[in-house]
Design a protein around this ligand. Sequence first.
Ligand SMILES: NC(=O)c1ccc[n+]([C@@H]2O[C@H](COP(=O)([O-])OP(=O)(O)OC[C@H]3O[C@@H](n4cnc5c(N)ncnc54)[C@H](O)[C@@H]3O)[C@@H](O)[C@H]2O)c1
Length: 364
Amino acid sequence: MNRRTVGIGVVGSGRIGTHRALLASQHPAVSYLRLADLSEEAVERLGEETAADETGTDPEALVADPAVDAVVVATPEDAHFDAARLALEAGKPVLVEKPLALDPKEAAALVDLSRETGVDLRVGYSARYLQKYFVSRDQVRQGKIGTVIGGWSRVYSSRAQGLAILGRSVHATPVADIVTYLVDLVGWYLPDGVVPVEATARGNGVVFRDHGYDVDDITSATLTYSDGSVFGFDVCYMLPMGFPTTGQSIRFEMFGSDGVVLIDDDHRDQILFSEQGYRNAYASAQEVNLVFLGSRSSGEWAQGKMFGRIADETRAWLDHLGVGTPCHLTTATEAYVTLAATTAIEEAALSKTSVRVDLSAIGR
Ligand SMILES: NC(=O)c1ccc[n+]([C@@H]2O[C@H](COP(=O)([O-])OP(=O)(O)OC[C@H]3O[C@@H](n4cnc5c(N)ncnc54)[C@H](O)[C@@H]3O)[C@@H](O)[C@H]2O)c1
């Protein structure tokens, strides 16, 4: 097995960039760590925490640094493009947080650039690194439920998360930012080459609008796929501030001719109640006594170690760079298909019509 050490650059020192940088700093293959964030305060704080070799406010200088071999882009949803493009142009593999972009044109340009340069671009749809999805997907791909006919999924969370997300990126709606995980999962379970072709959706809302965001509180959508399978995707990210989910509560159900996968990812089996209260590290507005531990979508730190999906995903990507082990992070093309599908869902909810999923930009 070929082993090599790698230099990692992390652009974005916010919530997820902090996880990625800390995990990189603990990984045996990582010999050099450089951080960049527009906020000097944020990057200095994280630089100290990770003992980074270099910190700064210029992502371009990070990408150009010869000691940086690969780049993580952990900026808000609408600010992935520039750093991802720079990394691809410099020939450095890049891990971009989900979704690849909010603008399909930017996403298509990154897919093209990755194809032209042959540089690997992966997108951090970290749910693929939860054991429950990884194992059931493997069973489905082995044919254990027969021909996949369709299914349902729904995800909810408190408005503390919904408002935190909209606060950093106003177009990162619950469909673009959260349903995207579920669409990614379904596409990953289905046979290679099967893609979403048509979306229908309805939405309704008052809570986010009362907070100044023209975004539905609840969306109920259906995607039809090229093999005829039909999947429902429902999202509600406006449960009351004190609701105990601190990230995502999910149900994921897939039906086939010979069987079914039923996944309870609500986290109601992991309860902490404390008179001292619990503060949600992702959305500080949420202070609760009762919490569904483990519902935080990124995963959790305890005793200086991170457990959960971002931890396993980051380590898999770093292992892939360091020793070439396969990793199943979402590819650029898969991420584009998912973005096209969530874009079609949003258009369908707005127009109250069926909308074709437009994959022409990637030649489908
Ligand atoms: N996989 C998961 O479980 C998961 C969970 C939450 C968020 N995310 C994704 O991670 C990404 C970041 O989310 P977050 O919660 O960490 O956001 P955040 O707001 O906490 O952090 C973003 C950081 O990027 C910096 N930044 C903004 N524009 C920049 C630029 N052009 N160049 C350099 N730095 C810039 C900001 O100053 C901030 O420090 C989003 O795409 C989000 O969807 C993934």
